[in-house]
Design a protein around this ligand. Sequence first.
Ligand code: NOJ
Length: 481
Amino acid sequence: MPPSSADNQSVRSAHSPFPADFLWGVATAAYQVEGGWQADGKGLSVWDVYTNTDRMAAKGETANVALNMYDRGQYLQDIALLKDLGVNAYRFSLNWPRILPEGTGAPNVAGIAYYRQLIADLKTAGIAPLVTLYHWELPQALAERGGWANREIVGWFRHYAGVVFDALGRDVALFLALNEPSTDLSFAAYAKQFRETPRREWVPLTPLPPAAFTWFPGQRVVHHQQLAAAAAIEEFRKRNLPGRIAAVAMLLIPALPATDSAADAEAARLADGLMNRIYLDPMLKGSYPDDVVAALRGAGVELPVEPGDMEFISQNRADFLGVNFYSGFPFAADPAATDNWGLRMTWSPSPADPYNGPARPDLFTAGLLRLKADYANPPMIVTENGTGVPGDDELVGGHVHDAKRTDYLVSHVAALGEALREGANVEGYFHWSSHDNFEWVAGYGRRFGLIHVDFATQRRMPKHSAFIYRTLIANGGRVPA
Ligand code: NOJ
């Protein structure tokens, strides 16, 4: 990208709420961008199987090649684009079965070498890596042993984390254990349902509701996720590493009452408990919320808490909280929804609506301030925020004028600035995503990138939003008039 006049001015207003050392980044995840699905001894992940065997993603697409970022020649070009964007940080994830092909046992030297080189190349470009250990690439070998439903996963994840910290721990300042654990459970539930559905071709148009809403027994698994994150943190501490670690990148979904009735207020509170507090309370307050425990019990689900577990989680606290924010949703009481906790999400999107919910920057500010008020203002990093809107990403005459993403970006950065002004302890913002990539069950059909990708040719083209992000970064979160 050529330098813009905004960069040349580069005048940071003294009144900007964003400190000079604020992390401005972009985020991706291994399965969505790497490709190289069988390269150099890599094992299979559940997503390799979901796409290749089950053909669960749209049109039978896979991420076998994806953005080809397993190829160093390719990713070096991508790092050059990130440098042009002006970001000082990049969030990506490690592909567990690339490092441990069977999920446990001896590491795959080539897999580790790939990540070591990527980290070195990012740092050479002046871009700090934020490394997610797990962005849903569960080794298939472990899925076949019960995956997250098996308490042994705490030990498996501990071993994996230890291998990673021994290999890369001294080179990375920011680690994160689990990405959106609630969505991971949603997809596991979706995959199960998909396999059992006679017409196996459905892709939901609405956002996937967290498993809390569709998969009662799945809720037990939350406890294993909590323990696994705590075990990773314990391994991290043992090694006296220089960096910091988060337990989760939490999908924060503000739950709003659909009407002002008392029943809907109650429904929204339960929805908040099942989506948000079930993760936040144990790691930040030391216990599961009573109303959620009671609701689970009412559905015949007991969290598998053993003596000492809650102390273990409390003793292994994270250094910061990752927050993924896209939108908030209204909830109504619905006594007929007996398989759905007696509540229902009432947003019914039209085909023109954003994929992950309506733009609600006000809820972004409110959500961060809620974390400040209810959870003693932990150090936070916004690990994802972004949007994809049908029709917004057309490549016309060599340009993509993604006006809706641009508006979303500007308004959400402003909303974050507002939260900072009101004292929220936020250290960074990572836009999802740097590039259009493989959007899980929706395949390549939903674009979230600042950089357009032609998936057939691997050609990259920064969109309008990319230029605006660079301007925001250079000007303390504002677009100069
Ligand atoms: C959250 C997930 O972490 C990421 O993988 C996904 O692509 C984005 N949301 C957009 O839906």
